[in-house]
Design a protein around this ligand. Sequence first.
Ligand SMILES: *Cc1c(COP(=O)(O)O)cnc(C)c1O
Length: 427
Amino acid sequence: MKLENYLLEEFNIDKELLKITKKAEKDIESIFKNIDEVYEYNQLKVLKAMQENKLSDIHFASTTGYGYNDLGRDVLEKIYADIFHAESALVRPQIISGTHALTVALFGNLKYGDELISPVGTPYDTLLGVIGVNETKGSLIENGVKYKQVELLEDGSFDYENIKKSITEKTKMVTIQRSKGYSTRPSFLLKDIKNLIDFIKSIKSDVICMVDNCYGEFVDIIEPTDVGADLVVGSLIKNPGGGLAPVGGYIVGKEEYVENAAFRLTAPGLGKEVGPTLGITPSLIQGLFLAPQVVASSLKGAVFAARLLELLGFNTIPKYNEERSDIVQAILMKNEQNIIAFCKGIQLGAPVDSFVSPTPWDMPGYDCKVIMAAGAFIQGASIELSADAPIKPPYAVYMQGGLTWAHAKNGIIIAVNDMIKNGSIKL
Ligand SMILES: *Cc1c(COP(=O)(O)O)cnc(C)c1O
């Protein structure tokens, strides 16, 4: 067929590999049906929030300077709050990244003497600096916040006994990371997060339960706020920006806690009232509208990659047919050489910078060399097809994103094809 010839002739895809991709596609058909159902549900949820808030042309106007009376910014925040069934939302281009959003939420709500607990083991690498586990100037610990961490049990489940022991009257906040991040534990399903939050609240009802929702938005038909989270935080250059948001982060949840975060982001007393949108509101809103579809494309890419690489003899987390809570697919690559080969291949299949070759480097915030393949329209946007890996055992590469299913699929095929060509994979 024409498509096959095009791949063979224009992209030099190995004929044998094409056969295996066909098998992988067949194996995953029923999973795609579920993904499409969630996508459609979330599309309607986003649509309804836009309609109920009477989104209109006027909201696409830009503000500058202080950004007083920015109608578009205010309606976007109301739409986010509705989608998350939350009291309030802070959605801003002045939030630079997921790490920044989490920082604002933490510093806004924690004071000298308060305790913060991570009941789910080590948080995401960049948070180690924010908290001060890795000694950093300006960290929470330097500011007098006490930090405790309860490791997960051997089987990846919560250590309820030690979580209970770690909670004291000083415990102000817990931070729960939904996605595995750069670790090989499973990502938590929302029903697991519900159990954890219920347990923590049963011990101390006023603990602020914050969920780091990076990579989790729109993977399910509910969000962490629907299972009791007081604050939910994420990045707009991941799922909810739909690939169009050029920058930004969000914090949604209880009004008081979101306001505390807003006072930290801008200034005490000013909070949400200021913050110009500088013309990017249309991208944030349209990106949100597209996000359910983009997340579905990314999930399909993750499932396809898992199945294809399983058929080629690699271990994957999660397995292609396991229930998912985020868009991240980890593939255990066995060695450094394979990691580099896979990332080079993903870059080779990108729309932007396909002609450059990524190499491992000392990225700020990480404790070892990291390689990143990201031929993205928006710098660092990992809702676009991308792969990154810390160069250390167990040599897991973390792949995520895909603005369209056709690109996610074929980007992965190009990457694997490149590994075959350079001898990393033998068919
Ligand atoms: C990406 C990510 C972060 C940090 O986000 P940045 O935008 O890279 O700063 C935090 N937590 C998790 C789970 C993430 O995936």
